[in-house]
Write a protein that binds this ligand. Structure first.
Ligand SMILES: NC(=O)c1ccc[n+]([C@@H]2O[C@H](COP(=O)([O-])OP(=O)(O)OC[C@H]3O[C@@H](n4cnc5c(N)ncnc54)[C@H](O)[C@@H]3O)[C@@H](O)[C@H]2O)c1
Length: 364
């Protein structure tokens, strides 16, 4: 029997959830039971475009549509209560990154999932980028020896906090919004929990424009054995930047190294968005997301879609008895992974406030 899946939060990234899940529902192994969002205009637009049921209150989605699984794409600081409400009802949850902006919130979610015996997956989609999967395979097979250090960067153009998230960017930061992607990826590659963090940050440009958050945060994350990674995150890159984000990672081991440039994938040009409009530089990232129409049906692909779909595949395996939570352990970014990433991000912000002092994760 098809299991029932719904979504809470249908904004910019929630639409990615709707695309992935309605596409999967066309294959018949899941039923998409609807979207809950407090924004009535957005509800109307999503209902019309995707032909889905919509709810103003997420509790109505849970009560009236009886989902077996829910995906959550509300602002970062709102994930906790929604996730716990679902988990306590025995509903599997995929929650957007960061799992929560509070360590205790993550602990509450992990406990609720354990109590109900359901799956809690965090949408750290970068694990699904095929180049990162290859990096992980090479690291795990000993291809670069033991990891010694590395470096990652993720820098958004200023329109992301200013135009995409004006209502809640002040509740977030470049480290919360983009840094966490690499905090997770690095933990996944290193295979150990971080011990401590030292970070600095600057709050200047966005503050002058009315957003109470950092422009940029640089974090040094320390793992056992002296292994360390530096992660730059930024939200203030000016509008002329040819891509919405600069992003990549370098990993150096005892016997080799590897880099992945996650933005510049070799396709680049000076193009007009519509004929006759002024041309500007473009580096498309189709690895992340690609939309097309095949045989008259929308077709969505890319690692953003794969990551969301992996959740319903995991749920299907659980519901059909193909796997259990123990055998799936390690195969997806879990609540425990989300908790450890939130610990890193909380320590990063504490260290920034203390001018770069070392903050131990043990204290969190
Ligand atoms: N995995 C990724 O790469 C990725 C990328 C972008 C955003 N995100 C994450 O996705 C989440 C959403 O980000 P976004 O960019 O879509 O933000 P957004 O502001 O565009 O969308 C948030 C939506 O949540 C709705 N909402 C707010 N409160 C609600 C409530 N109480 N009940 C129901 N709906 C409510 C809003 O009306 C809005 O439509 C964030 O946690 C963000 O960090 C993840």
């Amino acid at each position: 029997m098809a299991h029932r899946v719904g979504t809470i939060g249908g904004g910019i990234f929630g639409e990615m959830h709707i695309r992935a899940l309605t596409q999967r529902a066309r294959l018949g192994d899941i039923e998409y039971v609807g979207l809950a969002d407090i924004n009535s205009e957005l509800r109307g637009a999503r209902a019309a475009e995707y032909n889905i049921d919509v709810f103003a209150d997420f509790n109505d989605l849970l009560d009236m549509a009886s989902p077996d699984a829910v995906t959550i794409a509300t602002p970062d600081h709102l994930h906790r209560d929604m996730a716990v409400a679902c988990l306590e009802r025995g509903i599997h949850v995929l929650v957007e990154k960061p799992m929560d902006t509070d360590v205790d919130g993550c602990r509450e979610m992990v406990a609720a999932a354990a109590e109900s015996g359901v799956m809690l997956q965090v949408d750290f989609m970068k694990r699904h980028d095929v180049y990162h999967a290859e990096l992980k395979r090479i690291v795990d097979s000993g291809g670069i020896g033991d990891i010694q250090y590395g470096y990652a960067w993720m820098e958004d153009r200023i329109e992301v906090p200013m135009d995409w998230l004006p209502s809640w960017a002040s509740n977030s930061s470049p480290a919360w919004f983009v840094g966490v992607h690499y905090f997770d990826l690095i933990r996944w590659l290193v295979g150990q929990d971080a011990l401590a963090v030292s970070a600095t940050g600057i709050a200047q440009r966005l503050k002058s424009l009315g957003l109470d958050t950092y422009d940029s945060i640089q974090a040094k994350i320390i793992f056992p054995g002296g292994v360390s990674f530096t992660v730059d995150s930024a939200w203030h890159i000016p509008a002329g930047n040819e891509a919405i984000v600069n992003q990549g990672i370098k990993v150096v081991g005892s016997d080799g190294w590897m880099t992945v440039d996650s933005q510049d994938r070799g396709a680049r040009g000076l193009v007009s968005s519509i004929p006759g409009a002024p041309a500007s530089m473009l580096t498309p990232n189709l690895g992340l997301f690609k939309e097309s129409t095949e045989a008259g049906v929308p077709r969505y692909s890319g690692y953003a879609i794969d990551s969301i779909e992996s959740f319903v595949t995991n749920v299907a395996m659980l519901e059909r008895g193909v796997a259990d939570l123990e055998s799936l352990s390690g195969a997806y970014p879990s609540g425990k992974d989300g908790l450890e990433v939130t610990k890193i991000a909380v320590a990063v912000h504490r260290s920034v406030e203390k001018g770069g002092d070392l903050v131990s994760l043990d204290s969190l």
